[in-house]
Design a protein around this ligand. Structure first.
Ligand SMILES: [Ca+2]
Length: 510
């Protein structure tokens, strides 16, 4: 059933008024999932607010990024522990999210691509909370959702409906939102945005499904939206929706587990004149990729190579940072609502990204690779009574979130969850963690991040011989010199390989 929700209607611009006039229904499309049954009554347990950003690399100013500005997340970090060596299990939306939400490595839950779905009967993280008396809700992208396709069409993507009592999908114009648009790969395509927007608005006015075309699937594009039009953006709508749910849940008997997906900075890079306007493209650094960078890389690791000119790269960084800052603002709004509703003292708040992002490092773009920029993610956990304003440098994995949240909420552990709880690190960020390294999987290969070393292994396939890469992250954080074939590094290469094999076997339950 479609539900008209006034708060989602945008503010006062021409487009807003037009949208108000023509839309017979709200921009958010709530779904009623099957109610997960509550199996036992609970005393008042802490709530969970789980916020996940999409394709956000290590760009938080509070974690040391020299250019990108994230004041709201930096303020939030002062209330919790910032994990500066957190790694995803698969640098791609669908598998990373499935791993995090199931608490299982991709080789166990079987989701190794964006088409995969979590098994209906898997007791996912929210389902586990629902089984112990929690109300669970989803706003926007938590499991895989195609961006921008599923957003322009208002669809749920590969959701796990049994996880939620209530779920809300966003429907927004994405690249065809009115604003200053640039397409770095296909500059002429922006001339078709206005016509596509008309189609989108007409479909909405007629209450008919909108089917996106290639035009609305802009990838290397940026859109700078006027402040007055920010209500047209998916993350603004998601935040409005989440705040409304928080207001509803604030006085409920049941504790809540509210998962909020913010889709920026995923492409197209969308921000407002203020969030993008604070960056000056010509001042932004770009990767200084050596001419022979690809020479020592196995062939199967060289893909999505695009050599944009320096000004275009700087513009794309400006747009990415602007999208990050826009997302950061929405986090600020959520946390402010938490304060107003006096929910902060009894709520565990997690902020995380599904994986990182390549912005022209090695002349490569996006994700699905084992390079540091694609696997390393910001993660902040703020829990009642735990350490505040601290940094934890231990190597941790996103799969660790499942047992962490279960332990923090005092729920029984789930025997099928594979991660290791980070609760002790929230008490003492210097404590020892069960794992010394992070296991990452990607199509055709595996990565192991262990302190000083980054190891990548692509087993022999029909198309390629075995590919091995070893980088000394202390000497070469940009990963320009593959040490795997050098005589003096054979010992560490073999040690890392052995550790990787042990991790894969352990993950497979052997
Ligand atoms: Ca993603």
């Amino acid at each position: 059933m479609l539900q008209l929700t006034a708060a989602c209607l945008p503010r006062r611009s021409f487009w807003s008024r037009l949208a108000l006039a023509v839309l017979a229904f709200g921009l958010r499309v709530p779904l009623q999932a099957t109610e997960p049954a509550a199996t036992e009554p609970t005393l008042r347990k802490p709530n969970v607010l789980f916020i996940i950003s999409d394709d956000l690399s290590m760009t938080l100013s509070g974690m040391g990024h020299p250019e990108c500005k994230t004041p709201n997340l930096d303020a939030f970090a002062k209330t919790g522990v910032s994990f500066t060596s957190a790694y995803c299990q698969f640098p791609l939306c669908g598998p990373s999210r499935a791993s995090l939400m199931t608490g299982q490595y991709p080789m166990i839950n079987g989701v190794k691509g964006n088409g995969g779905t979590v098994a209906v009967n898997r007791v996912t993280l929210p389902k586990h909370f629902a089984n112990h008396g929690y109300w669970t809700g989803r706003v926007s992208k938590i499991y895989h959702m195609g961006i921008p396709g599923d957003i322009v069409e208002g669809k749920p993507g590969n959701d796990h409906a049994a996880s939620w009592h209530e779920a809300h999908n966003m429907m927004a114009m994405e690249a065809i939102t009115p604003g200053k648009a640039t397409d770095f790969l296909n500059p002429e395509s922006v001339t078709q945005y206005a016509a596509e927007r008309k189609k989108w608005l007409a479909a909405r006015a007629a209450n008919e499904p909108y089917q996106h075309t290639q035009v609305a699937r802009a990838q290397y594009a940026s859109i700078e939206v006027a402040e007055k039009d920010r209500g047209l953006l998916a993350d603004t709508m998601a935040t409005d929706q989440a705040i409304e749910l928080l207001q509803q849940r604030a006085n409920d008997q049941r504790p809540f587990f509210l998962a909020v997906g913010l889709i920026r900075p995923h492409f197209p890079f969308i921000g407002t004149t203020e969030t993008m306007g604070q960056y000056h493209a010509d001042e932004l650094a770009i990767p200084n990729v050596p001419a022979n960078d690809h020479q020592d890389m196995p062939k199967q690791t060289i893909n999505t190579v695009l050599k944009f000119e320096k000004p275009a790269q700087q513009e794309m960084r400006r747009a990415y940072f602007g999208a990050v800052s826009f997302m950061d603002r929405q986090v600020g709004r959520l946390l402010e609502a938490m304060e107003t509703l006096q929910l902060r003292d009894n709520t565990i708040v997690v902020f995380v990204s599904d994986h990182g992002y390549l912005l022209g490092e090695h002349h490569m773009w996006k994700k699905a690779k084992l390079w540091e920029e694609a696997i390393h993610v910001p993660m902040i956990i703020s829990a009642p009574g735990k350490t505040q304003g601290a940094t934890c440098q231990r190597t941790v994995e996103l799969v660790d979130l499942y047992p962490t949240l279960t332990e923090l909420a005092g729920l029984p552990s789930d025997s099928a969850a594979q991660g290791n709880s980070l609760a002790a690190l929230l008490e003492n960020p210097e404590a020892t963690h069960a794992k010394q390294n992070a296991l990452i999987q990607v199509n055709g290969g595996f990565g192991l991040r262990h302190g000083r070393w980054a190891y990548m292994w692509y087993p022999k396939s029909k198309k390629h011989p075995e590919g091995v890469m070893l980088y000394d992250m202390q000497q070469d954080a940009t990963q320009y010199q593959n040490l795997a074939e050098l005589k003096e590094h054979q010992e560490v290469r073999h040690r890392m390989h052995q550790q990787l094999m042990q991790r894969i076997e352990a993950a497979q339950g052997k």
